[in-house]
Write a protein that binds this ligand. Structure first.
Ligand code: 5CA
Length: 440
């Protein structure tokens, strides 16, 4: 992408309304634009990151055996009356009526709708276990939308729903998501810690929040320090092995870790003092097992091997990709701006032309840009007619992991400068070497 042809409305100054660093940087880097309280447009740079996060979430869901579908954002009140949640959900639900005065709502979550889909098509235990997920916009009329996309009213959610014949099967489905979540957050460059959690309006009695530690986090959390050094399950983990997965989950729940709602000060005092960590955290995922809470009132049943019909055991599993964009920035930035992990950077490389209009510099930049793109590297070519200082600042602000700085002085010696955003390291190399190093 040529920066001169891109929409990147970056700002020098942090807008005053932004209280936390991720919100400030997302506005300064031209990633989002507020349209109403808690409602944002994703500008081109921000949208690229969101899509990359979504892709990693999707890959790990698929790896665990979950199946993707897509449900609508608008739902009917009638469906929610079946579970009793239409009245129970309260003011967080955005209620709408259509031209026929039918009561509708903008979905805050999809337990009812997925249960309706399931009961319409699945009748036999032979089709179980089944886990269906989608990645779709949700709306919750939060009392205090704040911190930009961290706590917004409209936000993207990956929500998965599992169906099993019995509680033991449901536990295995829960463990699959538990392990998939550990892998997902690690691939996004985050250290997540699963913590015992409250279930709120979703319900049920087994639940974990996946928390990443950050001083600006909204949740107060308490945990054992050793979690920070735990190894994440590898890509070839056998998701079908009940015992194997249970062993992983047992290890990841063996030490103390709880959010403030579930905190037990007495138990925490039992953790050796140097290992005790009380910190602030951001909830990036939340998983629930709630048995037959929805299948019973909505009549989602399957016939078991003995020919007897039973209500299915369900769980639901959420990740917030839009919140993750902000959470990753909270975890990875410096005074100059964002430091994207390579896996989700909006562009992996930037080519900075320090003398636009100089034939040799333009030619070298053009070659590098085309070479990188041809090798499959998403590249931003800063071909704007602007001073070098402004170009350095922009590339650092928007966090591009590899930066190739090209100017007439270096080129006279056949060299360009290769800079790593994360470390600030700079090296003089030939353009061919720069390309080789970035392509990897
Ligand atoms: N139905 C269940 C699981 S699918 C559910 O709704 N869980 S949840 O309420 O915990 O939300 C799941 C995830 O969505 C959260 O972990 C968080 O990452 C994200 N999320 C929730 N509310 C917001 C919000 N207001 N802004 C941004 N992300 C949010």
């Amino acid at each position: 992408m040529r920066l001169s042809r891109f929409l990147l409305p970056s700002l020098r100054e942090a807008p005053r309304e932004a209280e936390i660093v991720s919100h400030r940087l997302m506005l300064r880097a031209g990633m989002i634009r507020q349209q109403s309280a808690g409602i944002y447009s994703w500008l081109p740079l921000g949208y690229r990151v969101l899509r990359k996060i979504e892709a990693i979430v999707r890959e790990e869901q698929n790896r665990s055996g979950a199946i993707e579908l897509l449900m609508p954002t608008i739902q009917s009140a009638e469906l929610w009356r079946e579970s009793g949640r239409y009245d129970a959900y309260g003011k967080e639900m955005l209620r709408i009526s259509d031209r026929h005065e039918r009561e509708m709502l903008f979905g805050p979550t999809n337990e009812e709708m997925i249960t309706d889909i399931f009961r319409s098509y699945v009748r036999s235990y032979r089709d179980l276990p089944m886990n269906l997920y989608h990645i779709q916009w949700k709306f919750r009329d939060e009392v205090r939308p704040r911190f930009g996309v961290m706590r917004s009213r409209e936000f993207l959610m990956k929500d998965a729903y599992s169906f099993d014949l019995d509680q033991a099967g449901a536990r295995h489905s829960y463990n699959k998501m538990f392990v998939a979540y550990l892998r997902t957050f690690a691939r996004l460059g985050l250290k997540s810690i699963p913590m015992r959690a409250d279930t709120g309006p979703i319900g049920g009695d087994l639940s974990h929040e996946f928390i990443i530690l950050a001083s600006t986090g909204e949740s107060e959390v308490f945990c054992h320090r050793d979690y920070l050094d735990f190894d994440v399950p590898p890509a070839d983990t056998d998701f079908e092995s009940r015992d194997g997965l249970q062993a992983i989950v047992d290890r990841w729940t063996s030490l103390y870790a709880a959010t403030s709602e579930m905190h037990d000060a007495g138990e925490f005092a039992g953790v050796p003092e140097p290992d005790r960590m009380s910190a602030r955290g951001i909830e990036v995922g939340h998983i629930f097992y709630f048995g037959t809470k929805y299948s019973a009132p909505m009549g989602a049943k399957v016939t078991g091997p003995d020919g007897v019909e039973r209500e299915v055991h369900m769980g639901s599993y959420g990740i917030g990709p839009s919140r993750l964009v902000a959470a990753i920035i909270e975890a990875s930035h410096d005074e100059a701006g964002i430091i994207w992990p390579e896996a989700i950077a909006p562009f992996r490389a930037a080519v900075l032309n320090l003398r636009v209009g100089d034939a040799a510099t333009d030619a070298a930049c053009g070659d590098l840009y085309r070479g990188l793109e041809a090798a499959g590297v998403d590249t931003l070519y800063d071909d704007r007619d602007e001073r070098p200082g402004g170009k350095f600042a922009t590339a650092d602000l928007i966090g591009i992991p590899w930066q190739v700085i090209v100017g007439p002085k270096g080129l006279a010696e056949g060299k360009v400068e290769l800079k790593r955003r994360a470390t600030g390291e700079r090296e003089l190399v030939t353009p061919a070497d720069a390309l080789r190093r970035i392509v990897g």
